[in-house]
Design a protein around this ligand. Structure first.
Ligand code: MTE
Length: 316
């Protein structure tokens, strides 16, 4: 494969779940509970205020999940954002160089109304929602994250997609001064991703502007990123500057880098292993034991129909 050094997906078992993350508050609280040292307090961990200097970004909660949220600290310090390095803690350390204002997103290609939207107009145009989603990384770890954002479908509707549009291509900012990782050829820059138009229009597909009730930290893809919860995490492209509608399947960064390892669809599928790692199980960050991975990351009832009749081994 083309990966020259270590890829984000090139991890050993110990990399995927560092010891420090095992011993987060949840594990400690669970241990104390088991020992009878504290009253039932786990729910309080979930509701806790986060300690963040970032501005608040409220949204009406429209989707819950009966699973414990991953700690804010883990969500914001265990990241993949190659524009700031290939180590999990690099983005939190280095993404301060990214300037997120002014910021515009260009929507063009096969649309009746191509336009450039200022990020601050987005929040005026659309009501924000809070949705709790699982995020499953192809490396074998997963998180539960409260996102704040809006359905991508609403933004696309504004540009009026033409009947000939079949796919949506996304592009991250390219600026090696702000994103020093782009000085290294570890991936082709800018980072690009794509989904089919029906996937993009699916009500689960979110454009996220925040998490944990605050604006997105730079390391999580500020000021705007995609979240497609039934696909592996690398589809969730960060710091988007361009959205282009097209009639051809667009190139995607990981597929360009290693086509035999990363397909275009990348739906979470415990039955189709990555060439180097089984996808049958995952480790929720903060948990001790692995759990079974669910088809479509648990969103099958809502999205399986999008792939009816497709050979999911071929279209992986
Ligand atoms: N987007 C850009 N622009 N650059 C990246 O390196 N990494 C992807 C995805 N989006 C990446 C990206 C991968 S591999 C994953 S798993 C998720 O972002 C991680 O999102 P998180 O760090 O917010 O958990």
């Amino acid at each position: 494969m083309l990966i020259r050094s270590r890829s984000p997906h090139d991890l050993t078992e110990s990399d995927t779940t560092p010891e420090a993350l095992y011993w987060n508050r949840r594990t400690v609280v669970a241990g104390m509970l088991a020992a009878g040292l504290v009253p039932q307090a786990v729910g309080a961990v979930q509701a806790a205020e986060v300690n963040s200097p970032l501005p608040r970004l409220a949204g009406k909660r429209t989707r819950t999940l009966d699973e414990e949220w991953t700690s804010y600290d883990s969500v914001t310090h265990y990241n993949n954002f190659y524009e700031f390095g290939t180590g999990k803690e690099d983005p939190a350390e280095r993404a301060g160089t990214l300037r997120t204002r002014p910021w515009t997103v260009r929507i063009d290609g096969l649309v009746a109304k191509p336009q450039t939207i200022d990020i601050d107009r987005l929040t005026k145009l659309f009501p924000l929602e809070e949705r709790i989603y699982r995020l499953r990384c192809v490396e074998g770890w997963s998180m539960v994250i409260p996102w704040t954002g809006l359905p991508l479908a609403k933004l696309l509707a504004l540009a009026e997609p033409l009947g000939s549009a079949k796919f949506v291509a996304f592009e991250t900012l390219r600026d090696p001064r702000q994103m020093p990782g782009q000085r290294s050829p570890v991936l082709q820059w800018p980072y690009v991703e794509g989904v089919r138009l029906d996937e993009a229009m699916h009500p689960l597909t979110l454009l996220a502007l925040g998490l944990y009730g605050r604006v997105l930290p730079n390391q999580n893809g500020a000021p705007v990123r995609l979240v497609v919860p039934w696909k592996y995490g690398f589809k969730s492209i960060k710091s988007i500057v361009r959205i282009r509608l097209t009639d051809r399947q667009p190139p995607t960064s990981w597929n360009l880098s290693a086509p035999n390892e990363y397909g275009f669809y990348s739906n979470v599928n415990p039955e189709v292993d990555h060439p180097r790692w089984s996808q049958a199980r995952e480790r929720r960050i903060g948990d001790w034991l692995p759990r079974k991975t669910l088809p479509y990351n648990g969103y099958g009832e809502e999205v399986a129909a999008l792939y009816r009749g497709m050979n999911l081994r071929r279209y992986f």
